[in-house]
Design a protein around this ligand. Structure first.
Ligand SMILES: O=C(O)CCC(=O)C(=O)O
Length: 351
């Protein structure tokens, strides 16, 4: 079976995605027809330049003073973790086991939030606190309403091609320590970088077996302002979250273990890798697995806005569920524990 699945990975690259590991680049926004025909219907990502040149955000958001004035009385949802990995696998209290940890979310006055993000970076004086403004589910129009006029409320060519407005517009303000672990979403995602850079690793849905998705117990960080310490507790009642086991950038100590536990990821075709610069936009098709990291601007932050459009639950979705239900012996041999082969829906988005 593994051989047949490998043929699928290669065929998808030969027929549609290419083998270079590079994404198509468009110098200008596509027409709705071109976007639909060449990218959405093929479930194929691309990078689009010059789509946001008219956004005042590109110049205004480079100034902290502009942001703190505009949001002087706003409170934003700030995600706090000790290491920058929220909604990610971390060691749990039981030796040698992992859990799926969610960040401590704290409503914070924006000026304070920005300071926490920009000061707790690489050379931080509080190395055990990483702040990431990454609340999802349409928090841009609500928490950042005074910035709304600085970008478009929707992406014209995408709304026209997809026949709807975005379901959610999200703001992401982070630093070089915040990463987002491999997962997929049931959205067509238009991801625009305003300042700093975002680095994406992408794998198509056909590569699902390479993600080693397993069930992990859900846990929650809580942060005490008084002691400056985090506590990580398993949720009660217990809940399991299906999540990718792969860390594509393991630390030197974990490297050998990752390489031997997840050979389909590390030895298979290279993930698509791209950096999205200010003024550029990534089209990240629904159900693609993505891992995200960032490099900040000279003021220590990366800011992006993304637009999630509902995906069509069509024949591609049905094929994906079928593929995922197929057992791959090399995964099972390595992991007698649970692998996930059914409906992976979870209330944390998708894995
Ligand atoms: O920017 C990030 O950290 C994550 C973005 C993401 O996962 C998404 O847009 O779906």
């Amino acid at each position: 079976m593994e051989g047949k699945i490998e043929t699928l990975w290669n065929e998808v690259r030969e027929l549609s995605l290419g083998n270079s590991g590079q994404l198509d680049r468009l110098n200008f926004p596509p027409t709705p027809l071109q976007f639909l025909r060449d990218f959405v219907s093929q479930n194929k990502p691309c990078i689009i330049s010059n789509a946001t040149n008219h956004w005042p955000a590109l110049s205004r958001w480079t100034r902290d003073s502009y942001l703190t004035d505009a949001l002087s009385s706003a409170h934003v949802s700030l995600h706090l973790t000790p290491h920058g990995r929220a909604d990610a696998l971390v060691p749990s209290s039981t030796p040698s086991s992992l859990c799926f940890a969610s960040a401590h979310v704290q409503r914070t006055p924006f000026p304070e939030a920005l300071l926490l993000i920009t000061t707790n970076n690489g050379e931080s004086s509080s190395p055990n606190l990483v702040a990431y403004a990454q609340q999802q589910n349409n928090f841009f129009p609500s928490e950042y309403s005074t910035l709304a006029a600085d970008c478009d409320p929707h992406i014209d060519f995408a709304s026209e091609a997809l026949g709807c407005l975005p379901e959610a517009v999200n703001m992401w303000i982070g630093n070089d320590r915040s990463t987002t672990s491999f997962h997929k979403d049931h959205y067509e995602n238009l991801y625009a970088v305003v300042t700093g850079q975002k680095h994406f690793l992408l794998l198509p849905p056909t590569d699902v077996h390479r993600m080693y998705i397993r069930e992990y117990p859900a846990a929650q960080y809580s942060y005490s302002q008084a002691t400056g310490e985090f506590k990580l507790e398993l949720e009660s009642p217990p809940r399991c979250v299906p999540w990718s086991s792969v860390d594509p950038y393991p630390s030197p100590e974990d490297r050998d273990e990752q390489l031997s536990n997840f050979p389909l990821f590390f030895n298979g075709p290279k993930p698509f890798r791209c950096t999205i610069n200010p003024g550029e936009m990534l089209y990240l098709p629904s159900m693609w697995f993505h891992h995200v990291s960032q490099s900040p601007d000279s003021r220590g932050r990366t800011i992006a806005v993304n637009y999630w459009y509902d995906m069509q639950f069509d024949i591609k979705y049905a094929y994906f569920n079928f593929l995922q239900s197929i057992h791959c012996p090399s995964i099972e041999n390595l992991t007698p524990a649970e692998t996930v082969n059914d409906d992976l829906g979870s209330d944390i988005g998708d894995e």
